[in-house]
Write a protein that binds this ligand. Structure first.
Ligand code: ACO
Length: 311
């Protein structure tokens, strides 16, 4: 049995904070942010909207696209580092709001690589036949742990949610290969300390610019394809320079790289599923395409899959 993606969804809060708005908050410039990161604006959730609200909207969108009813879900996983509270989990709140009455529910904490951890966990349950339909949501409201006085970090992040419904697909489709990893010795470079994010940007950059290209190549080779066979690359949207490094390592054309970091900034666990959902909706991802999803994050953590799109 092969596991694949049956439907995707995403949600980004309405409020837009541009780089010009950031210039009024900290000593920075649109030019610095754009050239160093590729970010032009980000979305910020309102005080009334918490992570579970973002996650719920993305989930509804994914269930509709998949044509799956909430009652048919066996498991709900929410990847987040900014849950509404530590318990009840965001996934339990979603289970209740959706009325997914036979679903188990758990949150996953792997920072920006969280959605990849969720997808790869879902694959195991589906391929063993234990579960049929699994909902994975990546959702973060990083704005609530952002230090709005620290220009090194506050310009980078945004809020949002993305989701995918996974289930069995035909033999030639679905997830072909995966890679997951962690290196706790690098945890100090990107962490929540007290109530805020602290980051050694240069160290995280060095790690990411090595790991994302390497993991992308590894999953393509494990799947038995050549690097340049990749039709669409969806990297974690943290910094355009890191994303470009992965694209160049695969040797694929610029149009085959998913880019929305300009619109949303780094939305942590939400970034890959938002880009995936947009790629499906704007027709960039087509049936039978070889798609690579690859992420890295605090922990340090990373994860990647190569998959053949379609049911
Ligand atoms: N505006 C203006 N100047 C700034 C800003 C800002 N917003 N932020 C930092 N600077 C200054 C610093 O103070 C420093 O000045 P100094 O040299 O006088 O000390 C200088 O700019 C730093 O410049 P560089 O080191 O050349 O910046 P770099 O090219 O490394 O870019 C960046 C910094 C964008 C943070 C980069 O290192 C990066 O993207 N790192 C990876 C970060 C990342 O991906 N984090 C998310 C991980 S995923 C997750 O789990 C959340």
């Amino acid at each position: 049995m092969k596991a694949g993606i049956l439907g995707t969804g995403h949600y980004a809060p309405e409020k837009i904070l541009t780089n010009f708005d950031m210039e009024k908050i900290v000593d920075t410039s649109d030019e610095w942010i754009r050239t160093r990161t590729g970010i032009e604006e980000r979305r910020i959730a309102s005080d009334e909207e918490d992570t579970s609200d973002l996650a719920y909207k993305a989930a509804l969108n994914a269930l509709t696209e998949a044509g799956i009813k909430a009652e048919d879900l066996d498991l709900i996983m929410v990847a987040t580092v900014t849950p509404d509270q530590s318990f009840p989990t965001v996934s339990c709140k979603i289970q209740d709001r959706l009325g997914a009455n036979k679903a188990a529910a758990m949150d996953i904490s792997a920072a920006c690589a969280g959605f990849m951890y969720g997808v790869i966990t879902a694959k195991q349950f589906i391929e063993t036949g234990a579960y049929k339909h699994v909902l994975i949501i990546g959702a973060d409201k990083l704005s609530k742990i952002t230090d709005w006085t620290d220009r090194n970090t506050c310009v980078l992040f945004g809020d949002g949610a993305g989701a995918a419904v996974m289930g069995p697909v035909s033999e030639e489709k679905g997830i072909l290969s995966f890679e997951l990893g962690s290196d706790g010795s690098g945890g100090k470079h990107l962490a929540q300390e007290g109530s805020h994010i602290v980051m050694n940007g240069r160290e995280v950059f060095k790690f990411a610019v090595r790991q994302m290209p390497e993991s992308s190549v590894n999953v393509v080779e494990k799947a038995g394809y050549a690097k340049e066979d990749v039709d669409y690359l969806i990297p974690h949207q943290a910094n355009i320079r890191i994303m470009e490094a992965a694209r160049q390592r695969l040797g694929i054309e610029p149009e085959k790289l998913a880019v929305n970091v300009n619109k949303y900034g780094n939305t942590s666990a939400a970034s890959i599923p938002i880009a995936l959902s947009e790629g499906v909706k704007n027709g960039k991802i087509k049936d039978n395409d070889l798609v690579v999803l690859v992420g890295f994050g605090g922990g340090l953590t990373w994860g990647a899959v190569a998959l053949k799109w379609g049911k």
